[in-house]
Design a protein around this ligand. Structure first.
Ligand SMILES: [Fe+2]
Length: 278
């Protein structure tokens, strides 16, 4: 097979064509996909048709260790390594998947000491409109910051907490939220060595060692900078799409809150484990 890597027209990321993820890939193809993931921070494959095992094998191109999501209720019936994001309900009214997963800017699992390295989504069905995913390139945002701002942020530590954006899902599902955890405000990528902003509106509560006002103002300034249009893009899903991104270099937001319940959206999510961000 001949792999082609084409930068997406809008924003950042790259589309990889010439790959059928339902078939075993040789070492050369796997290395090419991995390099595109590192270079582009977000990769897209179109027109895929995968079984759960295929999806697990494909996600492992980005890292061998996959982790189940802490919400067991939404695991795929065949494997805990796939979490089902869906607005479908069973005949008895029970949800077939998690309906609203992260409709706020965040980097996956930044609220734990070992955050997710990569997230791999595979769209099984999508509505003709609505349900886009928004992405923000935090490496480009860091690079474009004035030097004095970069200097100010180096060495700062921020606290991340899953419960920062209020949500009642833990009590509903009888899951205990993890305790808050510290993360660097500027994260150096473990493989590329590039620096990126590593705070996000969804999970970051405050910056350590600053007065509350000062911390809040600084966080606001950082997000105002990062969330400029030039660092962002909106991904419009088609059925069969796979999108995988580097959580050390990007943040994202779902837009499923206002999705028409008559329009169905079902996406499989797999999470590639990562090491500490420090
Ligand atoms: Fe997420």
């Amino acid at each position: 097979m001949t792999i082609t890597v084409t930068p997406l027209e809008e924003g950042f990321g790259a589309e990889i064509s010439g790959i059928d993820l339902s078939r075993p890939l040789d070492g050369e193809d796997r290395r090419a996909v991995y390099q595109a993931f590192l270079d582009s921070r977000l990769i897209v494959f179109r027109d895929q048709d995968m079984s759960p095992d295929n999806a697990i094998d494909a996600a492992r191109i980005l890292g061998n260790d996959l982790e189940p999501h802490l919400f067991k209720h939404f695991h795929h019936p065949d494997t805990p390594l796939i979490m089902v994001l869906s607005n479908r309900v069973n005949g008895d009214g029970q949800p077939k998947g998690m309906k609203d997963a992260g409709t706020f800017w965040h980097s996956d699992v930044s609220y734990k000491p070992n955050p997710a390295k990569a997230t791999f989504l595979y769209a099984r069905e999508v509505p003709d409109e609505g349900g886009d995913t928004l992405f923000c390139d935090l490496t480009a945002a860091y690079d474009a910051m004035p030097g004095d701002m970069q200097d100010r942020l180096h060495g700062l530590i921020a606290m991340h907490d899953y419960n920062h954006v209020p949500r009642d899902i833990f009590s509903k599902l009888d899951v205990t939220p993890p305790p808050p955890c510290p993360q660097p405000v500027v994260r150096t990528h473990p493989e590329t060595g590039r620096k990126a902003i590593y705070i996000n509106p969804g999970y970051t509560t405050h910056i350590e060692g600053l007065e509350a006002d000062e911390s809040a103002d600084l966080i606001k300034d950082i997000f105002r900078h990062c969330l400029q249009d030039r660092f962002r893009m909106r991904y419009n899903w088609r059925a069969g799409d796979v999108v995988a991104w580097d959580n050390a270099a990007t943040m994202h937001s779902a837009t499923t809150k206002n999705l028409d319940p008559a329009k169905h959206r079902t996406i499989w999510r797999l999470t590639v484990s990562g090491g500490p961000a420090f």
